[in-house]
Ligand binder design. Structure first.
Ligand SMILES: [Zn+2]
Length: 319
């Protein structure tokens, strides 16, 4: 940057973009310049190499100024009338990323699917801190873990821990890092944002968003459910058959509460209890899931479950 004049204290400094503003409104710039208390700094994203051409152009257009700053400074965000700086085209990101919560399903998905990257989205939901604590202790390659804080959905969380549209946000965030996104959906989880429609439509929608344009080379997004052949119990069985460790599995946390040890009373605890019991693994809960009030909810919904899930519940609770 070259300053042709010094700026005194009483002066008002006007920073005006050449290509966005000064060229369109030379008369306004001239008016500002006429006031002796105004200092006109013109700036442009044009590179320093074309300074003399730019000075000549300003002269030809009769645009007066006190100083001229060439080249756009590097920044994360630019706020001006248009993007006149050169930005790299967004390229495909040929990696596999797994949405990761530190829960049992996503931990086993990590072991079986072997993603390049793990993504934890810090949505600031109630049990976020517990999840992060759990993740810090898990036997994963922590150098591949991304903790993304772009989106906070704290205000959206319902009492039952459901966050509407959560998976839509998660896959959108994941698409910023990789073209292939893995989500830990289990067999029988076919509703709403865990079903086949959600999977194929998300792929289509995100691929449209990243279609070839002035800022993106064109990216094809794949959303995959790497563990959806298994129920939770079958998934644990597969994990054990692959020779993975039980203590590592026990280090995961699925509970929706903020209690120090799993509550035994939320739906995540009950589902986990059923799957672990079928595999002969015992865990400690604040309240025995068998006498937890939420069991009544499971009973009410029993007829909506698929046959595999019904059999598992019957096996554990003897219904
Ligand atoms: Zn719980």
């Amino acid at each position: 940057m070259v300053m042709e004049h010094s700026v005194s204290n009483k002066m008002l400094v006007f920073c005006i973009d050449i290509d966005g503003t000064a060229i369109q409104f030379p008369g306004e710039v001239r008016k500002l310049y006429e006031n002796p208390d105004h200092f006109i700094l013109l700036y442009t994203a044009r590179s320093e190499s074309i300074r003399s051409t730019t000075i000549k152009e300003l002269f030809d257009r009769d645009i007066p100024y006190h100083a001229l700053a060439m080249g756009k400074p590097r920044a994360d965000f630019y706020i001006d009338d248009k993007n006149i700086y050169e930005e790299e085209l967004e390229s495909p990101k040929p990696k596999k990323i797994l949405l990761f919560s530190g829960g049992l399903d996503s931990y086993i998905a990590y072991k079986l699917w072997k993603p390049d990257l793990l993504l934890y989205c810090q949505l600031n939901h109630r049990y976020c801190r517990q999840e992060l604590e759990t993740i810090s202790k898990l036997n994963i390659d922590h150098s591949t873990l991304i903790i993304d804080k772009k989106v906070s959905l704290y205000s959206e969380e319902r009492l039952d821990a459901i966050i509407p549209l959560r998976n839509l946000f998660l896959v959108s965030i994941a698409s910023r890092y990789a073209d292939t996104i893995g989500m830990g959906v289990l067999s029988g989880e076919v509703n709403g944002d865990k079903g086949e429609d959600f999977r194929s439509l998300s792929e289509q929608l995100l691929s449209v968003c990243y279609s070839n344009s002035y800022w993106c080379e064109g990216r094809k997004i794949n959303l995959v459910y790497p563990i959806n052949n298994y129920t939770k119990a079958e998934l644990i069985n597969e994990y054990l058959l692959n020779g993975f460790s039980i203590p590592e599995l026990l280090a995961t946390r699925s509970c929706y509460s903020t209690s120090a040890i799993p509550c035994g009373q939320c739906s995540a605890c009950v589902k986990r209890f059923i799957a672990m019991t079928i595999n002969g693994i015992q865990e400690h809960y604040e309240v025995d899931p068998r006498i937890s009030p939420i069991i009544q909810e499971f009973k009410k919904r029993f007829n909506t479950y698929d046959d595999k899930r019904k059999k598992e519940i019957e096996y554990v609770f003897g219904w």
